[in-house]
Design a binder for this molecule. Structure first.
Ligand SMILES: [Fe+2]
Ligand SMILES: [Fe+2]
Length: 167
């Protein structure tokens, strides 16, 4: 039997991982610059797998509005992230912490309220388990490829406009 992973569970677990990293940075546990690089890489790879695989894979007449709003929210998140990548979390502590608090609010809204709260329940109604598993495998494979390539370094190039969606 093939190992499968439900794409919605996978994406939600990536959201939790990001939340955990933000908490560690806020609490000043360990090396803030290293933790922030890890956070920015995970967020960048997460946004890319959603834009390239998940959102196109779940596009329908019921999801299109939420998906278009989602890529705009990603754009906003990438812009804050790009600003933060120019800062030193220790030298520019006040500005960095303010942007981190803003990023956290954006993510709470986008990942928890919009995706987990609205989009994922719609997707669960529209796709069957095999389709969710196929998307999960594809998302995981791309995420694992991207995460080894310092994906945060591409975020500044992605701040001009929202990622395109099919249809
Ligand atoms: Fe997203
Ligand atoms: Fe997400």
């Amino acid at each position: 039997m093939k190992d499968t992973i439900d794409v919605l569970e996978l994406l939600a677990s990536q959201h939790s991982e990001v939340d955990g990293l933000i908490e560690k940075i806020e609490e000043g546990q360990g090396d803030r610059a290293a933790l922030f690089s890890e956070l920015a890489d995970k967020l960048a790879a997460h946004a890319t797998v959603e834009e390239k695989i998940f959102y196109p894979g779940v596009m329908s007449k019921h999801t299109t509005e939420l998906l278009h709003e989602s890529v705009e929210e990603h754009l906003g998140i990438k812009r804050v992230l790009a600003d933060m990548l120019d800062l030193d979390p220790d030298e520019d502590e006040e500005e960095f912490d303010a942007k981190l608090a803003f990023l956290k609010e954006q993510l709470t809204h986008h990942a928890h309220e919009e995706e987990e709260g609205k989009l994922f329940p719609l997707v669960r109604r529209e796709l069957d388990d095999d389709e969710l598993a196929a998307l999960g495998n594809e998302v995981l494979a791309l995420f694992e490829t991207l995460i080894d390539q310092s994906p945060r370094l591409h975020v500044p190039e992605e701040t001009a406009e929202a990622a395109p969606l099919p249809g």
